[in-house]
Design a protein around this ligand. Structure first.
Ligand SMILES: [Zn+2]
Length: 697
């Protein structure tokens, strides 16, 4: 007779013990992965996330229960499965399962593979991740099968379950501290975080080894999870992370108590029917215009968002603030409009969506609440995504047009009785154009086109040509997006009227730049100084029975800074800014308005250029090739005939005007002691967004 081989010397794991092990492993995994989620987010997305304790606890309070819900049923299923053969291997199987699932999720979080429609690359990574996780699980099983000999759960297993979340938590603190050391203005706090991390690591390591034999691991892990979840939820309930603030403005008398600064991105002046009767109707903007002073010749100081708003918010030319690239930041020396308003007791708030208006550019300075998405104080973690899904108004990372309006309306309801300065910014009709079905053009798209247009990168690269037959369609999609924003503006205006504050409000409506539709054989914005990009709508509704008229004077949107300060009766120093207030044109007292040439600068694409508009003349010069252009805007409004080829007095005057504008910018720059600012590096996530919006390739 041949002797049968001996069965493995494993002890069966009692059902009760198995269930406790299942609970402990799912809690340990959920806690560890909660921290992993934050680590992945901080490494991948943004070093500026997680500034406050609430910003750490809130995502954790969402991700930990989500991971427990995911793991616990799987582990319990294995723990409760009957079967003799399984019984003796239950412990190793549970641990192998934990290893597999944990590895898989760590990699998925790190590579940000949580995507309902993965790309080919992401799909390959997912497959690789699954195989790696499976292999590690199998390896773990065979290792444990050999060593799991005594009754019950070995002490090193419980020690691992206890220490894993601790290591991950401390790891997160370290990485956060390291990242903050490189972020501006956070040096001393980083050191504090490091010290806390070292102390916790030392104490925690010893304690978990000591405790592993003496305590019920699952209860301790459960208590830790409950504590994190409860404190996270408490910070929502206590409003620790939400926008708040109530200025002590009671009793003060002001010229204007409430100011709405309404901006719509990428809106060329001739797309608003109040400014161009042949444009498709924008009834809500028109109704505002009917109650306002409408400037028919307003120019932008730059052809793209960041330098333009930097100028509007500081009152100095782009040559003074020097914000000319994606990474640039408004110099600290320049006071912002919101700062001045806030110091004067106004409640300052910003609501909207625009990647370039991220706080990293210093544009949020002075706003007591800054809700300009994409918001990343919570990072792009799974926890923060659940948070955004559960509480969209407070935590959703990027807001669409309707959500912006919802947020603005609820903000206005809450603060209708405060003195406020609210900046409301709509990103649309910025591309990609993809109007909702009810805003689409009535006719069918031409051949080769659909209801979405997002091809500006390819057009700029020269790899795609939009034919003359297709071009009007692109403009129609843009106008569809604009009708959507116009309806949303209508909702905001209706709410102001319903609240009874519309009449006495000062409302400024402006755009940052226009948009080209092959006016000069190109597309989008940022690339030229022609009127389709520089001319923007500028409409100012005065409080009470103020003026209602059209003004044809040449003005720059940079004038909004002193104009708003004047209306708020906030004093400003002489010679501290580049622009004169528009108050004389708005029925205000004082000297008559003096037209000043408008300088525009810092293009986003191609060689560096500058332009100046004086009277009816525009002069554009390349700072690289010195190529000059001169246009007579009155007789050649489409800027087709370059007059700079012949010497003329106008050309000389234009050159001098530009030189004078440079000089005065230089004087201001010296006055503020502005030098090249250290640019903040762009995060990979921001670069990805820039790519998807067609800014970079
Ligand atoms: Zn813009």
């Amino acid at each position: 007779m041949v002797e049968q081989p001996k069965p493995p010397s494993l002890n069966p794991l009692p059902a009760r013990e198995a269930v406790r092990l299942a609970a402990a492993s799912s809690l340990s995994l959920a806690l560890s992965l909660g921290f992993c989620d934050l680590i992945a987010s901080i490494l991948r997305d943004h070093p500026r996330a997680f500034q406050s304790l609430a910003a750490v606890l809130l995502p954790l309070s969402m991700s930990i229960p989500a991971f427990v819900l995911l793991f616990l049923p799987i582990f319990l299923l294995v723990a409760l499965l009957p079967g003799r053969a399984l019984q003796v291997r239950k412990g190793p199987i549970l641990m192998a399962l934990a290893t597999s699932l944990g590895t898989c999720l760590v990699l998925i979080l790190y590579f940000n593979l949580v995507n309902p429609h993965p790309t080919a690359m992401q799909f390959r990574l997912l497959t690789l991740t699954a195989f790696l996780a499976l292999a590690l699980g199998v390896l773990r099983y065979f290792m444990l099968r050999r060593s799991w000999e005594g009754p019950g759960v070995p002490a090193e297993i419980t020690a691992t379950l206890l220490s894993l979340p601790l290591i991950m938590g401390i790891g997160f603190l370290f990485i956060r501290a390291q990242n903050f050391r490189t972020a501006p203005g956070s040096g001393s706090r980083a050191l504090l975080w490091n010290l806390i991390a070292v102390a916790t690591l030392a104490a925690g390591g010893l304690v978990s080894i000591f405790l592993s034999r003496r305590i019920h691991v699952e209860r301790w892990l459960g208590a830790a999870a409950a504590l994190l979840i409860v404190s996270g939820l408490a910070s929502i309930l206590l409003g620790g992370a939400g926008p708040k603030a109530s200025p002590d403005s009671g009793g003060k008398s002001r010229a204007v108590r409430r100011i709405l600064f309404l901006s719509i991105d990428t809106l060329r002046a001739d797309a608003v029917s109040a400014l161009n009767p042949s444009a498709p109707p924008t009834p809500n903007l028109d109704s505002l215009a009917a109650d306002s002073v409408v400037f028919t010749r307003a120019y932008s100081p730059a052809p793209w968002t960041l330098p333009t708003f930097s100028t509007m918010m500081t009152g100095v030319t782009p040559l003074v603030h020097g914000v000319r690239k994606f990474e640039d930041r408004i110099p600290q020396a320049l006071p912002t409009l919101a700062e001045r308003m806030s110091q004067a007791g106004y409640l300052t708030a910003a609501i909207g969506d625009q990647l370039f208006l991220h706080p990293q550019h210093g544009i949020s300075r002075g706003f007591q609440s800054y809700e300009l998405s994409p918001r990343d104080e919570y990072g792009g973690s799974v926890g923060s995504r659940i948070l955004g899904w559960a509480f969209p108004a407070r935590f959703k990372r990027a807001l669409d047009t309707t959500e912006i309006t919802d947020l603005a309306v609820s903000w206005l309801k809450q603060h209708a009785h405060d003195d406020f300065f609210l900046w409301l910014h709509y990103f649309k009709p910025h591309g990609p154009y993809e109007p909702l079905p009810q805003y689409r053009p009535k006719e069918d798209p031409p051949a080769g086109m659909g209801y979405k247009f997002s091809s500006d990168n390819a057009i700029r690269a020269g790899s795609l040509v939009i034919t003359a037959e297709q071009r009007p369609w692109v403009r129609e999609l843009y106008e569809g997006e604009l009708r959507y924003v116009d309806d949303n503006v209508g909702r905001v205006l209706a709410e102001l009227k319903r609240l009874g504050i519309y009449d006495d409000m000062l409302i400024v409506f402006v755009s940052d730049h226009g948009e080209e539709f092959w006016d000069h054989d190109a597309r989008a914005h940022g690339h030229t100084f022609y009127d389709e990009l520089l001319r923007v709508p500028l409409i100012i509704k005065l409080p009470g029975a103020g003026l209602r008229e059209k003004r044809g004077e040449l003005v720059c949107t940079g004038s909004l800074f002193p104009t708003l300060l004047d209306f708020a009766a906030i004093p400003r120093e002489d010679g501290s800014i580049s622009y004169a207030p528009l108050t004389p044109l708005l029925g205000g007292a004082g000297a008559p308005y003096q037209e000043v040439p408008v300088l525009s600068a810092v293009p986003l694409y191609f060689e560096d250029r500058e332009s100046i508009v004086l009277g009816d003349t525009k002069y554009i010069v390349s700072l690289v090739t010195n190529r000059e252009q001169l246009y007579d805007l009155k007789n050649d409004p489409r800027e087709q005939r370059n007059l700079a080829t012949e010497p003329s007095d106008t050309l000389l005057q234009a050159r001098q005007a530009l030189e004078a504008a440079r000089q005065s910018s230089d004087t201001l720059r010296k006055r503020y002691g502005i030098r090249e600012e250290a640019a903040a590096p762009l995060s990979p996530e921001t670069l990805e967004q820039l790519r998807s919006l067609g800014y970079v390739r």
